[in-house]
Design a protein around this ligand. Sequence first.
Ligand code: NAD
Length: 522
Amino acid sequence: MQTQRVLDEFRNEPFTDFSKPENAKAMKAAIEQVRSELGREYPCLIDGEKITLETKFQSYNPANKDEVIGVFSETDEDLSLVEKAIDAATEAFKTWRFVPAAERAEYLFKISDIMRKRKHELSALMVLEVAKTWAEADGDTAEAIDFMEFYGREMLRWSQEQPITKIPGEDNSLEYIPLGVGAIIPPWNFPLAIMSGMTMAAVVAGNTVVLKPSSDSPTIAAKFIEIVEEAGLPKGVVNFLTGGPPTGEAMVTSPKTRFISFTGSKGVGLHINEEAAKTRPGQIWIKRVVAEMGGKDAIIVTDDADLESAAVGIVQAAYGFQGQKCSACSRLIVDEKVHDELLEKVIKLTEDLKVGQPTEGDTNVAAVINQRAFDKTLDYIKKGVAEGGEIVTGGTGDDSQGYFILPTIIDNVKPGDTIEQEEIFAPVLAVIKARDYDHALEIANGTEFGLTGSVYSASQERLDRARREFHVGNLYLNRKCTGALVGVHPFGGFNMSGTDSKAGGREYLLQFMQGKTISQKI
Ligand code: NAD
């Protein structure tokens, strides 16, 4: 393989401007093309071999729930495939770990080239499989490209000579070597970016993996696997299984799994962490767990803030991708002195959002992912009201065609209420009044999570206080709390939001490597 590519400095992939007619036309064409291929069956991939099982499951369009997107083998029905996939990864690790870092990185650059060429097609598939609007899908594809470009470059950096103290009489060095076989278990909400980023970060560091995507978004993962094959990655380096929790559990508990890279809900993450901590017969290492989990993210608005700009940021962060982002604003904590004025603006902007089919270019809010999410969200809304909240807009859903929930604002929520504490992961915003800034910070920090947060204030002193006291992994000042860019805003949260790692940051790859010190007497 050629490794002569001249690398520029990392730059984020630009977003597509769909207000330009030619881009809108290209996106429409991509949606039509993807639609014409719906319902195809996609195999598992183990050691380069395509495998199908008799028992199948399907993925559906959340906005048009009878539309089948892809058909998959249900590996939960045959867990021997998990062992087979881990064995294939174990075998491939014997050679992949010695492939020079520059050559491994080159595969990521090749994958990003292919993704860039097929950008609208990948985005269109996300429009149909997880009901992302055009802009959200385009952002997901751009982020996937960014992860390939960023982690490829990062591996080149980590493979250089590492600084250590020199002493006479010895030639000393520290190098980073891979861990082994990894279980990669991503969520459905960034079905291309997070899935491919988690997979290729581990792979570029020299590990081999078994990837099991969410059963809500397996088609986009299967497309990624096709791209990985097209890029010519050696067989067995990325193995692909399609199943649910039993498949994931078998990957986590295998004594041959060296590490687990998980992104998903708090409950599943904690369970995986516990299972991974148990030493099983034949296991000769302590498994490493990277777990990125949920959030209950807040935007604080102080009495001196620019309310116009705050309202725009709040609505974008609360309802982008139907509030189904770990970074989404689900709590608005507002100084009681500006509560009424701000809320009026937020309600107006929320009611202006167009709820509809994500295939239409002007839709702002589409369907939530599945029936479970739809039912759970309506239950949370009921609970919010039962605990004293007042629905000021939205509050209802319609699941006749897809899982649509109106952007909802619940006012008069109190600190400690269920919808103030638990992640809903839907277009529901809880509004909590604070007596003053001290109180606002106390409320903001008063959950078990610590992922993202924003403060809108005209006072630099208050913003500086937030820098010190607002305990979140990603803090934003006078801007919305979503939209982290790879390299620019390394992403990951504190406390129950995860294991304190930063995706798209400089230390991320270290989680998939271990340092080896070599001293030679001279
Ligand atoms: P989820 O926890 O339901 O599922 C995540 C993955 O875990 C899926 O692939 C699922 O099949 C698998 N899984 C489920 N049970 C398992 C088990 N027992 N053993 C092994 N694997 C198992 O999460 P989701 O609904 O797909 O994603 C939404 C969640 O992800 C939200 O909580 C969101 O906040 C979080 N999230 C966090 C980040 C972050 O960076 N912190 C990013 C995106 C999403």
